[in-house]
Design a protein around this ligand. Structure first.
Ligand SMILES: [Zn+2]
Length: 262
């Protein structure tokens, strides 16, 4: 074994200097416990570095990543309308230091391609993560649903453009936790996410990933084509808390992008 190791090491060092990569003898990455990440590449912990930060974040460097620029989608007649059954939930807001997240009580379910996904939470990105024909929106909201049988996620993305006051967001705008790890809970402040959704649920779909570490490639993305409006002040209120938390768009690497048109 020792005889083989040395030539391998030389080969590997050679390729390291040539290509700056050396899979075989790559130093072991640390555990992801207590690893910090952010959206600022100048800190060494930004999106360009996520895949190298620790052992469980390597998928961030994968080929099935999100978000993407949505362009050139083909209408697909085999796609079905989104079937979501909405249930009321109490208000459980968490500022996790990366986003403002609303945890949902059980009951809202999405049925898609024969599988059932339960709504877990929704959260905000300012500005949007997905772009459409290269155009960014000031905000995007992600509704994260999970198939408990397979672990797969389906995430509905709703783009938000600047315009009229958004009555749904207004219910919470003065309750948003202002510091990392702060929470706001009010079981009596009951709402349904149906009130946030646009009437037209035409969508784009593709296979992708979580847009934050560990960037797991387990997400069916369903990005609604029709944006909803929120006021400049409402969007700024959220942006002031989470700052810019949009991962840059990722390469499609040959993935197909389909469109369901209502
Ligand atoms: Zn998100």
């Amino acid at each position: 074994m020792k005889k083989l190791l040395f030539p391998n090491l030389l080969l590997c060092l050679g390729s390291f200097f040539l290509f700056s990569s050396c899979k075989e003898n790559e130093p072991d990455l640390p555990s992801c416990t207590d690893i910090h990440w952010n959206y600022d590449n100048s800190t060494g912990e930004g999106p360009d570095h996520w895949g190298e930060l620790c052992v469980d974040y390597t998928e961030c460097g994968g080929a099935v990543q999100s978000p993407i620029n949505i362009a050139g989608a083909n209408d697909d007649a085999s796609l079905k309308a989104l079937e979501e059954v909405f249930s009321n939930t109490g208000t459980h807001i968490v500022n996790n230091g990366h986003t403002i997240q609303f945890n949902a009580d059980a009951g809202t379910t999405l049925t898609y391609e024969g599988a059932t996904y339960n709504l877990l939470q929704f959260h905000t990105h300012t500005p949007s993560e997905h772009t459409v024909n290269g155009v960014s929106y000031p905000m995007e909201v992600h509704f994260v649903h999970k198939n408990d049988a397979t672990g797969q996620l389906s995430v509905i993305g709703v783009l938000v453009s600047e315009g009229a006051d958004n009555a749904f967001l207004e219910q919470f705008i003065h309750h948003l936790p202002t510091t990392a790890d702060a929470k706001y809970d009010d079981a009596a402040l009951v709402y349904s996410i149906e009130d946030f959704m646009p009437a037209n649920k035409s969508y784009f779909t593709y296979n992708g990933s979580l847009t934050t570490p560990p960037c797991s490639e387990i997400v069916i993305w369903l990005v609604l084509e029709t944006p909803v409006e929120a006021s400049h002040e409402q969007i700024e209120e959220i942006h002031a808390l989470e700052h810019s938390n949009n991962r840059p768009v990722q390469d499609l690497h040959g993935r197909t992008l389909k469109r369901y048109h209502m």
